[in-house]
Write a protein of this length. Sequence first.
Length: 183
Amino acid sequence: MKRLVSAAAFLFLAGLCANAEEIKNVWASFKPGSWVKYHTVMVSEMAGNKTEVVSDATHTLKEVTDTEVTVEVETTTTTKMGGQEFKSPAQKTEVKYPRTSEAQTAAPADGPKPEQGEEEITVAGKKIACKWIKVKTDTAGTKMETQTYFSESIPGSMVKTVSKGEGAMTMSTTIELVGYEVK
C-alpha cells in the first residue's frame, strides 16, 4: 500500500512535469534521515459486514545515490472485523526507487478528466501549500473518487489522500501525513 502511495506521488509529479526530459524522484532533493509518518484508515462494508484497517507507517530516507533512492518503511497495522481486533507485528521493508525517470506523455483517455487545484493543508500545526488532483471513475458499477494532495516541500511529496467508493461494496480510505522532518 505504501509503495503504491509513493509511486502515485512520483507519477503525479511526473505528470505535472510532462515537458521535462527527465524527472527527479520525489525523495531525491532531501537528505538521508528525512522522514514522513502517515496514518491510514481503510473502511469497507459489504452485505452488512464491516472491516476497518488502521495503519501507521514511517518512511525514512536512507540513501540517495546517482542512480537510486532508498527508503525504509516501517508499518504497524490493526484490523477490526467481526467484532474482533487483530494487531500485526511491526514490519520493516526497504524500497529502492530510480533517482530519475523519463517523462512520459500519454494520450488522453476517454472519459472524465482529473480535476486539479491548489489548497493549504495543516499538518502538525504547520500550513503546507499543496497541489491536488481529483480522479473520478466508474468501473463495473463501483463509483470511486480519489483526491490526493502533494507538496514538493515534504519528503516523498504526498500530504493526504482521500478515496471513497460506492457500489456492491462501500469503501473509504484516508491517508494523512501526521508528522515529518526535513534534513
